[in-house]
Structure formats: structure tokens, C-alpha cells
Design a protein. Structure first.
Length: 448
């Protein structure tokens, strides 16, 4: 067998991973990102009209950044160059750019796709800039990192940034079902796998189509071959096969089902009970089961005001910082940031005064939706409104001693109503003392 025959053998489609074999070739096959490539989407219009300008695709792994670049390559009349930021240096960049400039002089446009553009340093990114500026190339970069931080400002200003979202579980189930029926996947063989297991794989993937397809391929290749009644064969995938291939029994809980809510409830109530050990355990249970770290981070942000509040206002900042860290770096690295926020919130003094204040005010607001705003605190942007009494009697607090007045701001029917009842926990005790002083001062000076 000669070298050419060996190369063609290893390049055969069936030797490629499932995710590579099933990579969408057209916009019709592409799943997800409807805000960009759905009917009327701005990116779809640019692709179909072959009117591509320099752009950056920003999104998590496995959501279609490279696939969209390849779809553009199939649609465009331009020369298309695939460029890796991992293996290429400035010398390679300059060689490609010179070829692109020669193409431009011959009337041929060149599109350069740079995967993982955030891995390029400033000097490497600067090497692209003059060629983008004079139109020698159309640059398409892909990155999992925030381009505001990872791409040079001068280069970024010449690129349109398209944000790609992680795929939903329904999107991924659609891809998995296609893999079972498409001849490029397992369409030529009979596979017995339940809908529940497809949903489990989709949930495990956390929005990453490549990860989901790799898991599906693994469980099918490790499935049990059984004889069918007609003498043929089929591959049966069992729950045990899925557990073995993922090595995580805990993954087999449905994010949309009862166990999902049981676990987040356990985390929330452990933090509320100031039990950091239990809270971290339930956090680990969720993360190791493939839960979206951003979902947990959002719940911790809610907890920081619902159960800590002004007893320690710093908790909200810690929770938001943890959310941002999860967004920037993802799993598994962001597990430590979530642990930081969970332990901080567990140990912080507790107060539910924010929630009770809002719920009390909400009840009155819904009951009295037609209650007029007092004239003295209405906006009066026109002379007519002033003539009608809008803003009459308004007292600008900064003009008064102590920067406070006894002016009434609630409707007459709610005068004297108190919604916020501070606890005696942590910093809120101090704010409670101040609120008591303010309320007493206003009672004393009201009517004077």
C-alpha cells in the first residue's frame, strides 16, 4: 500500500469523530443561534448575500463558531483560509497576509478564519490589523473569551461581534436524534436508546453539541449487540452503559425534574441555616452532575439579597463576582469561585427583611394600583403641569439640614405604613438604628 492509499484510508469519513462527520453543511442543517441565523437574522442575511465583513464569534465551546465559519466558506465566492491561533506564529501570519494581498490585487477577496483568536498575543494580533484596514482580508475570529479583554481594541473596533449562546437541551436532543437517523452518523444501523437517555446526554453536555455527540458515540460503541427477530442486529444502550461511559452515576438526574429542584433546595436551605459544609456538599453534587454553573450562580445572587440582605451587603457583590467568574472561565475552574460565594453566604449574618419588605409592598401595590402619586413628588417638565400643581410643595432634601425633610412620599391612604422591618443581624442592626432615628425625626417634624 503506498502513502497516498494510507492517507485516503485514514481520511475516510467513517474514521472521523461523530461530531466532525455530522458538522452542518448549510444554514438549514444548523441548530441553535436563531437570533443570528434564523429567518431574517442579521448573520443569515450577510451569509446569503455574500456580504461578509470582519467579525468575531464569541461563545462557549461547542455552540457552532467553527461550523458557521465553514458554512460561510461554502457560501462565499472568496478564497477561504483556516488559521489556528494555537499552532501559528507571526511568520505564518505574514505569509498568509501577503498571499491575501496578492489575491486582492488580482480582484480576489480572502476570508481568514482564526480559531481561538484569544490565544494570539498583541504582536500577533497587530500583524492582522493593516490587512484588515486596507481590505486585503475579511477576518473571522472565534473565541470563548470576552473579546473586550482578549482582542486588541484597534482590531476589535473593525470587527462586528456576534454573541453565540449555549445550546438548549432541546437543541442538543434534536442533534442527537439526527445523529441516529443520518447516514453520516448511525442512520445505517439500528440503535435502541431511550428518549430519557438522550435528554440525560443533552443535559450532561451543558450546551456543548460536540460533547453531547461524543458521549452519544461512546455509549453506542459500548452498547450491547443483540439479535433481532428478522435475523439482523441492533445496538441496545442501557442506563448502566451510560453510567459507565460517563463514570458519573450522579449525572443521571433530570435537570427539569424533581431531583434538580431537590438539590438546589438543599443548597439554598443549607446556606440559610449557616451550614457551609452541607452547602459545599450540595454544590459539589450539582456541579459534578453536570449542572450549569451559571444557574447555580444566579440562585446564589438571589440568596445574597433574599436571605442575607443588609445584614451584610457585601454578599451581593461576592455573589455577582462569582457569577462573572463562572461566565468568564466556566467549569471546572469556576467551581472554586462558586465555593467562595456559597461559603461566604453561609457564614454571613442572615436577614430576610428585603423579601418581606417587597412582598408587603407588593400586596398593597396590587390592591391599590390606581392610587395617585402625591402631587408634591410628581414630575413637572412643562409650565402647564406646574400650573396644575405638579411638584408643588416638593422639598429638595439636599437644601435642608441633615439632607432630610419630613415631606410625605406615600399616598395619603398609606401614610405611616412601614414595609421595611430591619433585623438585628450583622450590619443591618446599624441600619435599623438609623432608620429608627429617621422615622422618629420625621414624626416629630411632620406638620411643622
Amino acid at each position: 500500500m503506498n502513502d497516498n492509499e494510507q492517507i485516503s484510508f485514514f481520511d475516510r469519513p467513517e474514521s472521523q469523530p461523530l461530531a466532525a462527520r455530522l458538522r452542518p453543511r448549510t444554514l438549514e442543517e444548523f441548530v441553535g443561534q436563531k437570533h443570528l441565523v434564523g429567518e431574517g437574522g442579521v448573520l443569515r442575511r450577510l451569509i446569503e448575500s455574500d456580504n461578509i465583513s470582519s467579525m468575531i464569534f464569541w461563545g462557549p465551546p461547542g455552540v457552532g463558531k467553527t461550523t458557521l465559519a465553514q458554512i460561510i466558506a461554502h457560501h462565499t465566492k472568496s478564497s477561504f483560509i483556516n488559521f489556528s491561533a494555537v499552532t501559528s506564529g507571526i511568520r505564518e501570519i505574514r505569509t498568509v497576509m501577503q498571499d491575501a494581498e496578492n489575491n486582492r490585487l488580482m480582484g480576489q477577496r480572502t476570508i481568514v478564519f482564526v480559531d481561538e483568536i484569544h490565544r494570539f498575543n498583541k504582536a500577533q494580533q497587530d500583524a492582522f490589523l493593516p490587512f484588515v484596514e486596507k481590505g486585503s482580508i475579511v477576518l473571522i475570529g472565534a473565541t470563548t473569551e470576552n473579546p473586550s479583554f482578549e482582542v486588541n481594541g484597534a482590531l476589535l473596533s473593525r470587527c462586528k461581534v456576534f454573541v453565540l449562546h449555549e445550546l438548549t437541551s432541546d437543541d442538543i436532543v434534536t442533534l442527537l436524534k439526527r445523529a441516529l437517523t443520518d447516514p453520516r452518523g448511525f442512520g445505517n444501523q439500528q440503535v435502541d436508546i431511550s428518549e430519557d437517555m438522550l435528554e440525560t446526554i443533552a443535559n450532561f453536555a451543558n450546551g456543548d453539541a460536540r460533547s453531547a455527540l461524543s458521549t452519544l458515540e461512546m455509549v453506542i460503541l459500548n452498547g450491547e449487540i443483540v439479535r433481532t427477530k428478522d435475523g439482523g442486529e441492533k445496538t441496545v444502550v442501557t442506563k448502566e452503559t451510560l453510567e459507565q461511559c460517563t463514570s458519573r452515576k450522579s449525572l443521571l438526574y433530570d435537570k427539569k425534574g424533581e431531583e434538580h429542584y431537590n438539590l438546589i433546595s438543599a443548597l439554598h436551605k443549607s446556606m440559610r441555616n449557616s451550614d457551609p459544609d452541607a452547602a459545599v456538599y450540595w454544590l459539589a453534587r450539582m456541579l459534578e452532575a453536570g449542572e450549569d454553573p451559571l444557574y447555580i450562580a444566579r440562585r446564589v445572587v438571589r440568596f445574597a439579597s433574599e436571605d442575607v440582605g443588609m445584614a451584610d451587603s457585601r454578599a451581593l457583590g461576592v455573589a455577582i463576582d462569582a457569577y462573572q467568574a463562572c461566565h468568564f472561565i466556566g467549569m471546572p475552574e469556576c467551581s472554586v469561585h462558586l465555593t467562595h460565594a456559597v461559603i461566604y453566604c453561609s457564614l454571613a449574618p442572615k436577614s430576610n427583611a428585603m423579601e418581606t419588605a417587597y412582598n408587603s409592598a407588593k400586596a398593597d401595590a396590587l390592591r391599590m394600583l390606581d392610587e395617585p402619586v402625591p402631587m408634591n413628588i410628581r414630575n413637572a417638565p412643562t409650565s402647564l403641569m406646574k400650573d396644575l400643581g405638579f411638584g408643588k410643595g416638593y422639598q429638595y432634601a439636599h437644601d435642608y439640614e441633615g439632607h432630610i425633610t419630613a415631606m410625605q412620599c406615600l399616598p395619603d391612604s398609606l401614610e405611616g405604613k412601614e414595609y421595611y422591618v430591619p433585623s438585628d443581624q450583622g450590619s443591618e442592626a446599624k441600619w435599623g438604628e438609623r432608620l429608627h432615628q429617621i422615622r422618629e425625626w420625621k414624626k416629630e417634624h411632620r406638620g411643622k
